[in-house]
Design a protein around this ligand. Structure first.
Ligand code: ADP
Ligand code: MG
Ligand code: ZN
Length: 501
């Protein structure tokens, strides 16, 4: 038995199926196609509402139902949103772009074609900067184009009618942008980081809510592997229908592993579209992948070329807010916080706004950064609240930071006060007013503590007497600590100065 086991282990190290060895022989190549729904009130080519969750087929008209006759009219706001997003993604806006028909049959596509853009898209040549495995890395964005969404097939059947699929065309004609990346992504982790940065940027521009549960952000992941050192790409598989960034990372890991096993066992990868099943953590073949020529693209005859001239482009992009990367850099500079803190604190525009409000109001912005991250966000998370719903306002955060800074309350007390604020859903100033430690203002009592602190720290006393006046800060801190934060800070300062002098 033992001999058998040892033999087996040796085999494991050298066998070609060893995943670690295979991983180092192959290099993954990943490119992502992301669809983002634009937050217009009405659809891209008609006046129907885009409201999510309305009764099925209530927001439809002859245009988005694909009835013969009516003509599409382009929604100006959709173009403006697309230009904003593309600019934020560092793309070049093409002055003239062309809508094209992408023909395919599907029950939720009543016209038999989707209006999209093909060889003349709205924008090209962009990039997103991500933290790659070996430092900052640019992931190229091939194109950003405008298109309409299809309807939705609901495969959950109807009551008492067995195995039915029903179709809701409310989504038919809702405006989307498709953001296609270059195959520059080398690891599932990088894909996750790319999507995180992409979503953050889009959210900052305000053109989409990027709500993945409602399908406002959808990602198809393309992945292939090739032997290290090989310059040509391998055959890719496209994984569709993955509804969280975490699942996309996992689906990619699964696919890379699967490709390796196929190649290592002498097989060939077929180009195909696969579905990810998150419950099983596996992908399944759905269909062999269509090629562009299968779609019989041709210019949409019912729409004029889209012209975004320089003047209009500028009018639109003048509305761009400060974007996350720039904001992070500025916040590091302005508040002296770390890159890491800035990354967390710019996670959403609203969080960054709130943080800056508190940071400007407080004496020490770094302390605010710490407080928000270590005390506020965790409690919000646990309570299932967004920053906007925080019981502790930003004035409250600033006030609490200043109180800790001056030594008026201890860190422990701050935690207790925050707990109370969350428990009672009251703001910090109100809680503090009710619960604040009784202040010690008895001169004799404070002097007694000061004497003890001075006696216990002869080295610091010597330093002070030798001229290092900043040591007084140390003594103030010690006295506040010894009084459990209760001594009146102004009196402590005054009495200490007297005693030491
Ligand atoms: P398709 O016509 O099959 O949709 P595209 O050329 O439009 O292919 O590319 C779609 C996405 O797939 C892009 O994000 C691109 O970067 C990525 N991609 C293309 N070739 C590969 C490959 N061999 N391996 C991984 N990703 C790829
Ligand atoms: Mg494609
Ligand atoms: Zn309509």
């Amino acid at each position: 038995m033992i001999r058998g086991a040892r033999h087996y282990n040796q085999e494991m190290v050298t066998t070609p199926e060893d995943p670690v060895a295979a991983q180092s022989r192959y290099e993954p190549v990943i490119g992502l196609e992301v669809h983002v729904q634009l937050l217009t009130r009405t659809k891209i080519f008609c006046g129907c509402s885009t409201q999510f969750g309305d009764p099925p087929n209530s927001n439809v008209c002859p245009v988005c139902l694909g009835l013969p006759g009516p003509l599409p009219v382009l929604n100006q706001r959709a173009v403006e949103f697309a230009v904003l997003a593309a600019t934020a993604l560092n793309c070049k806006i093409n002055q003239t772009s062309i809508f094209a028909r992408k023909n395919y049959f599907y029950p939720d596509l009543p016209k038999g074609y989707q209006i999209s853009q093909y060889d003349k898209p709205l924008a090209e040549h962009g990039y997103i900067e991500i933290k790659g495995a070996t430092g900052l890395k640019r992931i190229g964005i091939t194109r950003v184009h405008l298109e309409e969404d299809a309807g939705k097939s609901l495969h959950d059947g109807l009551p008492d009618s067995g195995d039915w699929t029903s179709i809701d065309l409310n989504r038919s004609g809702v405006p989307l942008i498709e953001i296609v990346s270059e195959p520059d992504i080398a690891l599932p982790d990088e894909a996750h980081e790319y999507l995180t940065r992409l979503k953050e940027i889009i959210l900052y521009t305000g053109v989409s809510d990027c709500n993945m549960e409602e399908g406002s952000l959808r990602c198809d992941a393309n992945v292939s592997i090739r032997p290290r050192g090989e310059t040509r790409f391998g055959t890719k598989a496209e994984v569709k229908n993955v509804n969280s960034f975490r699942f996309i990372r996992h689906a990619l890991e699964y696919e890379i592993e699967r490709h390796q096993q196929v190649l290592e066992s002498g097989g060939r990868i077929v180009q195909e579209t696969r579905l990810y099943n998150s419950a099983e953590g596996k992908t399944y073949s759905m269909r062999s992948k269509e090629q562009a020529h299968d779609y019989r693209y041709f210019p949409e005859p019912d729409l004029l070329p889209l012209v975004v001239d320089e003047k209009w482009r500028k009018q639109i992009t003048d509305q761009l807010p400060e974007l996350p990367a720039a904001r992070r850099a500025r916040m590091v500079e302005q508040y002296g916080i770390t890159e890491y803190d800035a990354t967390t604190l710019t996670g959403t525009r609203s969080l960054a706004d709130q943080f800056e409000e508190a940071a400007k109001a407080a004496k020490n912005p770094k302390r605010v950064a710490n407080l928000v991250q270590s005390e506020l966000l965790g409690r919000l998370n646990a309570a299932g609240l967004e920053i906007e719903q925080s019981p502790i306002s930003m004035e409250g955060v600033a006030m609490s930071a200043d109180l800790v800074e001056s030594g008026a309350i201890s860190g422990k007390m701050l935690k207790e006060l925050y707990d109370l604020a969350f428990g009672r859903r009251e703001d910090f100033p109100a809680i503090y007013e009710k619960e604040k430690p009784k202040q010690l203002t008895d001169i004799a009592a404070i002097e007694k503590i000061i004497d003890e602190v001075i006696a216990a720290n002869p080295r610091q006393l010597e330093q002070y007497r030798a001229g290092k006046k900043t040591v007084i800060g140390f003594f103030v801190g010690q006295v506040m600590k010894a009084s459990k934060g209760q001594a009146n800070p102004a009196m402590v300062n005054e009495l200490l100065a007297k005693k030491l002098g």
